[in-house]
Design a protein around this ligand. Structure first.
Ligand SMILES: Cc1cc2nc3c(=O)[nH]c(=O)nc-3n(C[C@H](O)[C@H](O)[C@H](O)COP(=O)(O)O)c2cc1C
Length: 142
């Protein structure tokens, strides 16, 4: 990351020269059904993703996937939420219209009384150091 005088800040977002978007929001939330179809998004997530609620609800969650993310990361996400009920990890997401943002995500399984499964993701802002490490690790994965 390099912040300089050309960086543009608006509405709690900072746009860096290389396309990275930094955000001030404390957390970004979304929920899916058991197949990963989005059923809820927080306003903070919509803002950072640069999408409208109507563009997200009903869509598979890979709608925000960035091509740099290794398949192995999402395999571990799905393996862990299905077996243990939770997963934590670093995710680089594609922003609509260009750019990207990093999150540290905790994904949880929740089962209601009728037995319906849903998944919730709460994302917070990772440190520069953690982003650097995730980037290096992901570059070695498939
Ligand atoms: C609650 C929840 C939140 C998710 N959030 C993201 C996300 O922010 N970005 C992302 O790329 N994938 C996310 N995924 C994983 C996607 O469902 C999908 O597995 C991933 O994007 C890889 O897509 P693909 O399997 O079509 O390649 C999430 C899944 C769940 C259950």
């Amino acid at each position: 990351m390099s912040t300089n005088n050309n960086d543009i800040s608006t509405d709690g977002l900072t746009f860096l020269d290389d396309g990275e978007v930094l955000y001030n929001d404390l957390y970004l939330l979304s929920e899916t059904d058991e197949k990963g179809i989005i059923s809820y998004t927080s306003d903070s997530f919509l803002k950072v993703a640069n999408m409208k609620e109507s563009e997200m609800i009903g869509q598979p969650h890979n709608i925000v996937r960035h091509q740099d993310m290794p398949r192995a990361a999402f395999k571990s996400l799905w393996d862990d939420v299905q077996s243990k009920g939770f997963w934590t990890g670093y995710v680089k997401n594609q922003r609509k219209g260009g750019g990207y943002y990093w999150v540290y995500a905790t994904v949880l399984r929740s089962i209601d009384k009728s037995g319906n499964t849903k998944y919730v993701s709460i994302r917070v802002k990772p440190s520069r150091e953690d982003i650097q490490k995730a980037q290096e690790l992901y570059a070695t994965l498939d």
